[in-house]
Design a binder for this molecule. Sequence first.
Ligand SMILES: [Zn+2]
Ligand SMILES: [Zn+2]
Ligand SMILES: [Zn+2]
Length: 539
Amino acid sequence: MPSQDAIPFYENPGLCQLLLSQIPTGNTLQVRKSRTPGAGSGLFTEDAIPAGQEVFRSKPAVTCVQDSLTTVCDFCYANSANKVLPSGRFRTRRDPIDAPVECGECHICKYCTELSRGCSRLLTAAKSCRNTAFEAYHKYECAAFSKSGDIGIRARALYRVLIHHQHGILPDHQWQGLMTLMPHQSGHQQGPEKEAVSRIAKEAKVHTGTALDLDTIERIYCVILTNSMAIRLPGQSAVMGTAIDVVGAIMNHSCDPNVLISFHGNELRVRTLRDVEAGEELAHCYTDVQSDVLLRQKLLQAEYFFPCTCGRCKSELDEHDRVTQGEEAKTQTIRGAQETLFASMNDAVSSFTLSGKPVDVDSLADHMEELADKAYPTGEWPPSLEPLPSIYKTLGRLNQAQGDPFSAIEFCLRGCAYTKRRAGEPWMVDLFELVQVLTAVLGSTPDEQDADEPPFPTPAELWDIFHGYLHELLRLAQGNCGHDESYTRAIRSWHDAALKYADGALPGTQEFADRFHAAHRKLLLWANVPGGQWTIDVV
Ligand SMILES: [Zn+2]
Ligand SMILES: [Zn+2]
Ligand SMILES: [Zn+2]
């Protein structure tokens, strides 16, 4: 999010050229004035870029590992608990987790060593990430981290920026770039973090010994609050840390994004979600792209201080207006229900995770649906209106964790079939989880069914569905993450191993597509979802 009060990026071509010249890209990128009113600068492509291609990579100005996460190296960002091993296969229970070792001085940063990388030799200190990091920059920050203790990830990012600036580690153009990004200082200084902003800035000045004045430090901290991005590995929802990347932050928001950001270690990677035309502005979604307009807008206002006026927001708001007849109180009731539903779902999941006590998923689902219907003006909450699809998927995962694969697939299917946005990272994760649930179903026998119920697919039909889903999952992974990413390689091995024993026509042929569609319709009908609600192009 570029700043409006400093000289904007688009009026500083020298700085933009420097920033863009440092990032590996096969495309001609430019910073220009955004066409979105009030958005300031934006990042544009001069070339047409097809869907599923990499646009650029970037090493963020600063990154920090998530608080109290013990499995990630603060230097190379190797995650010893990663779902995917570097060799390109999924982790099993037998694969050991060799956690990185804490810095003996600050006890804050963790670093991998030869030992934690799984090497049988004795720890070779000279080769540890800690030593490399220490030489490069950690020697300047270790004492400040040690003195300040547990200050939280964003304050730690501030300390790092200040110290790296002070010692010439942060290049000038990066510093200038940070100072040009939108701080939303007045918003943060008036918000709930008001006192924290000035306290953290004061403490940072004392602990880092920077010569910068307090106002500049507060500004940088607000830039971090506004522009930091969560570091997540492809296909994994766990947050590994935070990154402040100047070129990445110049990209504006869209609820209907044309690119997505993922991380490879702590390197940011941007890929196209659809075909992008030459001259188009690149935009990614700052919030959960699957959530409904009411919650998206609330979050964008609270965290980024702008009201989104994009086409998707407009059409979703029109839809709400049609039902509420423009009555604000009714819209508030829907938004309130969305928040309550999310909160009670999260409560149910965390109480299950913490206590392990079984959850009665069916009555929980009934309770949620009742709550939703009551809040909706027509008395019937549409199944495709969030958070119902997300809740169905979560209930499916709960069932899976409780060892009930048939209920799990019923809920997961309903959630997936009613998900509106079937693109990008969250959808890839949804489909991955559905395939996992289906795998469990393939190994189990269904209960006897009543004759008047829609029949459950035969094992042969289930295998076709499984192969079709895997085919689609591989296509999504290749587009969202690239062919070389270890996640994609792991999906490919899974896909290839499964299809080796497939009977008859394979995905990619019309014969397979006909079989797949018939089987998939049958499965959806069994799960009480209209057969035409969701199809996949498997040719
Ligand atoms: Zn490391
Ligand atoms: Zn240290
Ligand atoms: Zn929008």
